[in-house]
Write a protein that binds this ligand. Structure first.
Ligand code: PLP
Length: 382
């Protein structure tokens, strides 16, 4: 049996209808900031419950642009976590400001809140938590402290479309929320895409200027911008999928529940999950000291288990001039060594989940699997 991580074909259930629409769009020739882009931006803002969305090329551009419109100075500091995808910190550097790292939390795998609170100082202009693997970062205390100290909170919600905490969708709790629509994401374009969410008209105005080379009117460039607009075809793909997002996220939660129940007695740890929050399980990570061997065993058994992310930010060669050192963020280093992501997608079948869990169990206790898997029999997830 093979258990794949992605099944793109299944995301376009009415494929022919969709292809017909795309053909029409291509023939129409309206490709740049067209109606399709405006419609998606409005729909995604409605979905998130915020006032504005600016569509851009990538999640990395969303983060860079969000930081740029806050008009930060080179000495200004942005506090984020050592366990994230490279783009979070690259964006801080590209925006010309100084990244300051804090460690991860052992249980949640998110930003260590106490360290973040203790790190905030007069140089801090932004705190940038990452809703990693689709789990919303607890925000109340961070927001309260940011407000007290006049610090902006910007969210990296690249992995958490639709996740909710304290009754609100992530990406709308801070002043700016950044999303990626990379094909691997819960809401995925058929290529690259990104967006910035905000409730502030002035920041949205700046974002729309920035993404279009700072152009206010024809040939009138009023600010140093970049060229980073959400592509019209990608916007159409995203609108098409947006109406399914809540259902898909619920299916991901069902898969996560099934994994946790079936692996309860196996020597692996899970990311903490409070059912009060709406985790959207972009990734399902398990933790074990035998990560490399388990991954090899799963891959050899046809299970596409991957590592996200094996090298924490402070040990990446690109940041070697930042003065960070090995051992400085021990939890991030341990997670980088021990986390392994099992395949998760909305339509993972009961048989596929059973098979993955049996392979994990077999690795730990050597018991053979004597189940019969009816591949493809259980359609449409749990
Ligand atoms: C946490 C995080 N931040 C930022 C990004 C950057 O997004 P993109 O790949 O669209 O530039 C990603 C996605 O890959 C991500 O996972």
């Amino acid at each position: 049996m093979k258990v794949a991580r992605y099944d793109y074909r299944s995301q376009f259930e009415r494929f022919d209808e969709f292809i017909a629409e795309l053909s029409q769009m291509i023939a129409n020739g309206h490709y740049v900031l067209s109606e399709e882009v405006k419609q998606f931006e409005a729909a995604f803002a409605r979905y998130l419950g915020c006032s504005y969305i600016a569509g851009v090329n990538t999640g990395t551009d969303a983060l860079t642009s969000a930081l740029r419109v806050l008009e930060l100075q080179p000495k200004d500091e942005v506090v984020t976590q050592a366990n994230t995808f490279n783009a979070t910190v690259t964006a801080i550097c590209l925006a010309g400001v100084t990244p300051v790292l804090v460690d991860a939390d052992e249980e949640t795998f998110l930003m260590n809140r106490d360290q973040a609170l203790a790190t905030m100082c007069s140089k801090t202009r932004v705190v940038l938590p990452v809703h990693l693997y689709g789990k919303p970062t607890p925000m109340r205390e961070l927001l309260r402290e940011c407000e007290k100290q006049g610090i902006e909170l910007v969210e990296d919600a690249a992995q958490a479309h639709g996740a909710r905490i304290d009754g609100r969708r992530v990406g709308t709790l801070g002043v700016l929320g950044c999303f990626s629509f990379h094909p691997s994401k819960n809401l995925a374009a058929a290529g690259d895409g990104g967006a910035v969410a905000t409730n502030r008209a002035d920041l949205h105005d700046q974002l729309t200027l920035l993404r279009a080379l700072g152009q206010r009117g024809q040939n009138e460039h009023v600010t140093l911008g970049c060229n980073s607009k959400l592509d019209a075809i990608q916007a159409r793909v995203l609108s098409w999928k947006l109406s399914e997002l809540d259902r898909w996220n619920e299916q991901r939660r069902s898969v996560a529940r099934a994994y946790r129940a079936r692996l309860l007695d196996v020597q692996v740890k899970f990311q903490a999950w409070d059912e009060q929050e709406e985790h959207v399980f972009h990734l399902f990570a398990i933790r074990t000291e035998q990560r490399e061997k388990l991954q090899a065993h799963l891959q050899a058994s046809g299970v596409d288990a991957v590592v996200r992310y094996p090298v924490p930010i402070h040990l990446q060669p690109v940041f070697s001039d930042r003065g960070w050192r090995k051992g400085q963020f021990p939890v991030a280093e341990t997670l980088a060594r021990e986390l392994l992501c099992l395949p998760i997608r909305p339509n993972l079948t009961t048989d596929e989940i059973d098979y993955v869990c049996d392979c994990v169990r077999h690795f730990f206790d050597g018991r053979t699997m004597n189940r019969e898997y009816s591949v493809g029999k259980t359609k449409g997830g749990l």
